[in-house]
Design a protein around this ligand. Structure first.
Ligand code: MEV
Length: 438
């Protein structure tokens, strides 16, 4: 999109001008893209170059995907090479801004492949939704729902008939007391190859209207549930302990025992469990984003599952079995390979091609497998050399880029930063300034 130069100001605004600008906020969604660009530029005191950057990254296609569109925000994408799952080697596209995540996933994948690779299974794959009523008892609702279940399921299917054509559809209903007078009618749907948020919500609303007529009560809400308890995937791996050490097998056993201890700590302590799971989500989210799926839903379901018995715990577990370190990760995973952003983001489709994954079950499993590899690499580093060594190498590169180093200057800046005890953004800037003066 092209930025007109009209209204460009890099000057600071007076308080009155800022107040006038803020008044426009109330009308914001009526502004044209050019007007939004001008408002944002004036408010942020953006320079002409910065304004041009917003315009250069904007696209008319992306403008259709969201509201009050300004620009498109790009993130780096890399490939984890390779994740061996169920005997097949995958090159996995990952979108992440965090240094060392992709290197760690690749390293974890390599360690996993040094054993039997990662083995996965889908435990269940039904999306759940809820229609919640108040001041009605479970008995009252069940009296109608239980004998009419088949009819109600067929009514739900009529709200989205195409899913039945693809072999999916509404599968069962359950009535549940939530406490304090609230009752949930839970609908379980096989959403096929789609993540299925729209399928589910259309079905719930249709069913909700019907139940409202019968029960003479308006539901409080009808919405899918992101808890994911019915969409569980397990990935498991066993690695010869000798392969965990770079030097000798004895060290490998020590590393394996420490990984087991790290796994125990994540079961006991909420603080550690949170970081342990954050490490898993480093990998999981990166694949979810690369494939155009909803990472907020995946995050919410992962953390709800981690706290399913009342205490938040690590999602993966590691133990020793003879000369093997054995790990397993079970977590909810309910992605889509069709529909939603998987269809509207061209890179999401392209990444599916790189993955060579055509069915959602494989994508769900591969994402959890990647999470397990990520966790293995993180724990291995944490209990041996620590994560800073690998992390800082990449962090130096980021500092150099952020300081404005050209691609040619980056290696020199990285080398210079390495020699300092406390490398920082200020130091990186000083090094770049010096290079530019030479
Ligand atoms: C950093 O992004 C992730 C780790 O902190 C994960 C972990 O501690 O297990 C290294």
């Amino acid at each position: 999109m092209s930025a007109s130069t009209h209204g460009i100001t890099g000057d600071h605004m007076t308080d009155d001008e800022k107040r006038a600008m803020k008044e426009q906020f109330a009308q914001f969604r009526r502004l044209t893209w050019q007007q939004r660009l001008t408002v944002a530029s004036q408010l942020g005191d953006l320079t002409t170059i910065q304004r041009q950057m917003l315009a250069d990254n904007a696209s008319e296609d992306d403008a259709l995907l969201t509201e009050n569109y300004l620009t498109s925000y790009h993130l780096p994408e890399g490939l984890a090479a390779t994740i061996r799952m169920n005997g097949h080697d995958y090159l996995v596209p990952m979108v992440t801004e965090e240094p060392s995540v992709i290197a760690a996933a690749s390293y974890g994948g390599k360690m996993a492949a040094s054993g039997d690779g990662i083995v996965t299974r889908t435990d269940t794959n039904l999306l759940m939704g809820q229609i919640v009523f108040q001041t009605v008892t479970v008995a009252e609702i069940s009296r109608f729902v239980t004998p009419n279940e088949a009819k109600l399921l067929s009514l739900a299917n009529q709200a989205h008939p195409s899913i039945v054509k693809y072999g999916g559809g509404a599968r069962k209903l359950r009535v549940r007391a939530l406490g304090e007078g609230f009752v949930s009618v839970d609908l379980f749907v096989d959403t096929g190859e789609a993540m299925g948020a729209n399928i589910m919500n259309s079905m719930l609303e249709a069913l909700g209207h019907h139940l409202q007529d019968v029960l003479e009560q308006h539901p409080v809400m009808s919405i899918l549930a992101n808890d994911g308890q019915q969409t569980l995937v397990t990935a498991a791996v066993n690695v010869p302990v000798a392969n965990l050490a770079k030097r000798n097998a004895a060290v490998g056993l020590t590393v394996a025992k420490r990984i087991v201890a790290a796994s125990q700590i994540a079961q006991l302590d909420v603080s550690r469990a949170t970081t342990h799971n954050k490490g898993i989500m480093n990998g999981v989210d990166a694949v979810v984003m690369a494939t155009g799926n909803d990472w907020r839903a995946v995050e919410a379901s992962a953390h709800a599952y981690a706290a399913r018995d009342g205490q938040y715990r690590g999602l993966s577990r590691w133990q020793l079995a003879g000369d093997r370190l054995v790990g397993a990760l079970t977590m909810p995973m309910h992605l889509g390979v069709v529909g939603g952003a998987t269809a509207s983001l061209p890179l999401a489709k392209l990444n599916q091609q790189i993955l060579q994954v055509k069915d959602v079950a494989t994508l769900n499993q591969l994402t959890v497998a990647l999470g397990l590899a990520q966790n293995l690499a993180a724990l291995r580093a944490l209990v041996s050399e620590g994560i800073q060594q690998g992390h800082m190498q990449l962090q130096y590169r980021n500092l150099a880029v952020a300081a404005g180093a050209t691609p040619e200057q980056v290696p020199t800046v990285v080398e210079a930063l390495k020699t300092h005890a406390h490398p920082s953004a200020t130091l990186a800037k000083a090094i770049v300034t010096k290079l530019n003066q030479q």
